[in-house]
Ligand binder design. Sequence first.
Ligand code: KIV
Length: 245
Amino acid sequence: SMLTAYDQFSAQAFEAADIEVLLVGDSVGTTVLGYDSTTSTTHQDMLTFTGAVARSVSRPLVVADLAFGTYEAGPAEALRHGVELVRAGAGAVKLEGGAEVAPQVRSLVQAGIPVFGHLGFTPQSVNSLSGHRVQGRDEAGAQKLREDALALQEAGVAAVVLELVPAAVAASVTAALEVPTIGIGAGPDCDGQVLVWQDMAGLSGFRGKFVKTYAELRAQLEQAAGQYRAEVSARAYPGPEHSFE
Ligand code: KIV
């Protein structure tokens, strides 16, 4: 199981829950930093949040996203930015795309950096994919997904994230690969699953079809803040038990 993590306390909670892989996703831009799209997340953002998570946990594998614009130009750029993420504490890096990024994957793997691929809906390409859409619905799209997954495996990826892919297509990609697939909106037959933690825990309010909400943190937080405000207004907080002699 894999969850996103961007900060100390959430990362430590997920480690205590035995989550095996923490993804410092470029979704930090849209879940923490207030950007509209992950295309705005910078390499410096990724270094900052990767460091925060890596310093906070010891057991989970920390995977960090290569930000938009840090690997598309070629293997040398990918390697330079991948090395910086490893220096910040990442145990592996993730990048989006298929056969076209195989040279980047090779250069990272040759340098000893484990790489996760990411296929299907790839958020950094949201502008060319016409929004958040399920990918690989027709046979040509499904075939391209399988070919891209095999090209990534051939280049040396350790795993492939499949995002917003029909369950049957994700199952066929998973069967075709020796490396594990990790699904998000890709059905039950992937080898693992990943969710953005604020969606899973009911903090973001995003309730997409593929998200199961395991807690209602937004409602709890609103309730707690409201009660705090009421008690401050009524001078009921702080009480004697919160005050020094
Ligand atoms: O950045 C992210 O959160 C991701 C997941 C959606 C897999 O890449």
